[in-house]
Design a protein. Sequence first.
Length: 184
Amino acid sequence: MARLIYAALASLDGYVADTDGNFDWAAPDEEVHAAVNDLERSIGTFLLGRRMYEVLVPWETMDTADEPAPIQDYAEIWRAADKIVYSRSLETASSARTRIDRTFDPDAIEEMKETSARDLSIGGPDLAAQAFRAGLVDDVHLFLSPIIVGGGTQALPDEGRVRLELQDMRRFGNGVVHLQYRTV
C-alpha cells in the first residue's frame, strides 16, 4: 500500500509563506535540496493545489543543464511523476502527466493509496489540511528554516488533532532541521 506524504519547507514558527506571501527565506541550499529529492524520489503522484502547482510547474520546462546536481535531479523527479491538480479555476494543465480535478475526494485518494505501487505526495497546506481531516496523511516531513516570520500561511492545519510519532531528525549545515513523523 502506498503512503501519503506531506512535506513542507517552513519557518521555525510554522509558516510556509510570510504575511506578504513570500517564501524566499525557505529556498533550500544544495544539501537540503538533495534531501528533499531523496524524499520525493519514491513519489509516483503529486497531489497539488492550484497555487502549489503554479509554484512547481516551471520545473516542467526549466533548463537545468548549467544548474547544480540537486536542481537537475529534482527536475527529473518532477517530470517523471504523475500530477493531479485540485482546482475549480484552472482550465488546462501546463505540464505533462497532469490532470485537473475540481474537488478533493478522500475516497478516491484512499483508493489510490491502496492500488498505487509508488507513494503519493500532497503539496500545499490547504489541500494537506483536507487530507489531514480525512485521516489520509501517513508521513509528515517538516524542513524548518532558522527564521521566525510572525505570521502568514500555516504549514499545518489548526483544527483537529493528529497524533504523530517522531521517526527521524536531521540537522543541516545551514541551520535547517528536518523532522520526520509518522501518523499514529
